[in-house]
Design a protein around this ligand. Sequence first.
Ligand code: PEP
Ligand code: MG
Length: 561
Amino acid sequence: MQNFTGVGVSPGRVIGTIRQMPKPVAEPPSGERLASGTAPEDAARDLKAAAQAVHDELKSRADTASGDGKAVLEATALMARDTMLLKSAVKLINAGSSAERAIWDAGASVSEMLHNLGGYMAERATDVLDVRARIVAALRGVPAPGIPASETPFILVAEDLAPADTATLDPDKVLALVTSGGGPQSHTAIIARSLGLPAVVAAHGVDELPESIEAYVDGAAGTIAIEPSEEQRAAASAWADNAATLAVFDGNGTTADGHPVPLLANVGGAKDAAAAAALGAQGVGLFRTEFCFLERDTEPTVEEQAAAYKGVFDAFPGKKVVLRTLDAGADKPLPFLTDATESNPALGVRGYRTDFTTPGVLERQLEAIAQAASESEADVWVMAPMISTPAEAAHFATLCAAKGIKTPGVMVEVPSAALTAAAVLRHVGFASLGTNDLTQYAMAADRQLGPLAALNSPWQPAVLRLVQLTVAGSAEEGNNKPVGVCGEAAADPALAVVLVGLGVSTLSMTARSLAAVGAVLRTVALEQARELAQLALSAPDAVDARAWVRAKLPVLEELGL
Ligand code: PEP
Ligand code: MG
C-alpha cells in the first residue's frame, strides 16, 4: 500500500491503528420537508431518541474524562437534552419540517439567542451548534463529528484540527496526529507540540486511508508508512525508550562549550505557566495574553486582567516573564477589538494596530500588567505584537513608561521591523522574533494553509536572513539589545542551533520541547552553531537548509528528533 509524506512538525516514532476524524456533518437541504407518509409524531420521536443517544454517549465519555475535557463534554451532554432546543425543533416538525432540518434550524435560533445574551451564555452558543450536528449525525446513522471515542490508543487522521478539538483530545488515547491539510504553524502543529505528540501535517491523501489499518508515523521525517517494516518497529521501540529521557529538562540551556542560552516557555495562562515551571522552563519568553480572553465579547476589566497576569507571574518568582500585549486579529479574533468583516485579516488591524482603532484598551492593559507586576516577584518584560515601524516602537515605549513598566520591547514578526531593526530597537529594551508570522509575511503565505506548507517554513533562507538582520541591528553602535525567538522555530532542535548561531540569545517554545532542544544544543559548541547558521543561510531553499544542517547533527537521528 502507498506511503505518505508530509511536513514533520513534532518528533516521535510510533506504530498504531488509524482512526479517521469524521467529516463535518453537512447541513440538511434548506426547507427540507417531512418525507410523505411520515407522521410528525414519529419524526419527533426519532428526534428525541437521537438526542437522548447523543446525551448518553457524551455523558459516558465525560464520566471517564478529566479536567477541561470533562467540563466540555458534560456541558455538551446537557445541551442535548435542553428542553428549549427540543421543543422548538418539535414545533418545526409539526409545521412540516424534516427532523434533521428542524433540529438544524432550532439549533441556529437557540445559538443566536445565547450569543446575544453575552457572557457565560454566549460561551455556550457553540456547544449548541456542536450538539445539533451530533443529533443530525445520529438521525443519519453516521459517525458523530469530533475526535472519535475509542477504548484503545490510535493515530488520529484529520483534515486539520480546530482549537476546540484540543479540549476533548485525550493524549493517553492519541498516539500521533496526521493531517492532510494544515501547515507547520497550524493549530494541529501547535496542539501536537504542546501535548508532546508526534505529528505530520500537509500529508496529502491521508484522509482517504481506511480505518483501523496499522501505520508507522515518523514525526521528524514527516512520513507515514502503511504495513510497517521490522526496521520501523525497532525504530518505534527505540523512540519509546528515548522519549523518557527527552521528557526531562534540567533547567539549564547551554551550548557544549558553556555559552548560556536560556530556554523559556510559551504560555497562554496560569495553568500552562505552572506546567512549564514543572518542566524546567527558565522563565516565560511569550505569554500570549489574548489566550486568556478568547471567549470574551467585552473588554476584561483592569482587575480581571491583573489577576490573570499575576497567575502567570507567580509561577516564576525571580525569573523573567515576557508578556505580550493583546495580539487580537487574524486567527485570534477578540470581538471587543477586531472587526470580523475585514476582508484580509492577516494584513489588517491586528496586534498593536488595534490601538489605532480602539485606543485606550492597550493603556488599560499596561495598567493591569504594571499592577500585577508590582504584586509579584517575577522580572516582567512587556512587548507589543506586530510592530512595523520605529515610530510605533517609540509610541509603545512611551505608553509603557507612563505606567512605570521598565522593560518595553517589540516582537519582530513583520519584515519591515527586521529590516529596520536598529532604528526600532533604539526605542525599546529588547526584541523577540515571532518566526511564525515573520515567515508568513516574508513568504506571503497564509500560515494555516496546507498547500503552502513548503513556503511556510522558518527554514526559508529569506527568513533566516531577516533573523540575521534583526540581530545585526540590535548590536549596532549604542544599541546592544537582546534578541530572542518565540516562534515555533525555536522548538525545532536543529533550527534552534541555527538560531543560536545567528546570535539569538534566548529561545522560547512550548514547554514540552524544552528537553529535546536542550539535549541537542548541549552537543554543539557556539562556533559550530555559527558555522551551521552560515550553511543554512547559503542554501538555495528551505529543504536544503534543513537537510544540510541535519546532516551535520547526527545526534538528531540518534534521538529520533
Ligand atoms: C509568531 O508569530 O511567531 C508568534 C510567536 O506569535 P503568534 O504565533 O501568537 O502569532
Ligand atoms: Mg505572531
